[in-house]
Design a protein around this ligand. Structure first.
Ligand code: ATP
Length: 192
């Protein structure tokens, strides 16, 4: 199976994440796209919602798509999770799967600074989904043998930061997050 992996804080998950996942799924012929919410960072200025709330919102958001899933791989790990460790453990658990790491265009330039980048690129293909309103990144493979594909949307100019700001100001987030996520945010009083 070809499995796409989209990690993030998802604070909250929004239609930009869902659309990026869908564009990557179609563009790279993925059988499944998995959202991997990050765990609770040890010292934090953010995220602002708990790991459980962020996980719940990811489940609510992806429930309607037969090829989307949410896994708790990173949530269960204490301390910071490094992508290379997540990929190595998923690779060990599912040796027959092809792993495709999906990242936004803003995240891509940081990736060579991540822990053990060469090993990371050997464990997964990488899909870079360009974010509207941000310069289109060059996606030359950073290491010999690295497999990198740029997915030029369709993508949506939505960020979690903007959503938290809308909620804080008492503004609507309708059509920026799925309806059950908007309801969950209101019910739990998140970001207010
Ligand atoms: P924040 O505004 O809090 O920084 P964010 O909206 O960027 O959050 P993250 O949870 O940090 O969301 O993002 C997870 C992953 O999804 C990252 O790789 C990010 O680049 C990507 N991503 C987020 N929003 C979009 C979008 N609108 N289009 C494409 N990729 C996106």
């Amino acid at each position: 199976m070809r499995v796409g992996l989209l990690g993030g804080t998802f604070d909250p998950i929004h239609l930009g994440h869902l659309r990026a996942a869908e564009s990557a799924r179609e563009g790279l012929d993925l059988d499944l796209v998995v959202f991997l919410p990050s765990g609770e960072p040890p010292h934090r200025t953010g995220p602002l919602a708990s790991a459980l709330d962020r996980f719940t919102m990811a489940c609510l958001a992806s429930a309607g798509h037969p090829r989307f899933a949410v896994w708790e791989t990173e949530l269960k790990r204490p301390g910071p999770s490094y992508t290379v460790d997540t990929l190595a453990s998923l690779h060990a658990e599912r040796p027959d799967d092809e792993l495709v790491l999906v990242v936004g265009g803003d995240t891509w330039p940081e990736m060579t600074e991540w822990r053990e980048p060469e090993r990371l690129f050997s464990l997964a293909e990488v899909a870079v989904v360009t974010r509207p309103g941000q310069p289109s990144p060059t996606t030359a493979p950073p290491f010999p043998g690295a497999r990198v594909t740029r997915i030029d949307g369709p993508a949506l100019p939505i960020s979690a930061t903007a959503i938290r700001e809308h909620v804080r100001r008492g503004e609507s987030v309708r059509y920026l997050v799925p309806v059950p996520v908007a309801e969950f945010i209101a019910r739990r009083g998140l970001y207010a």
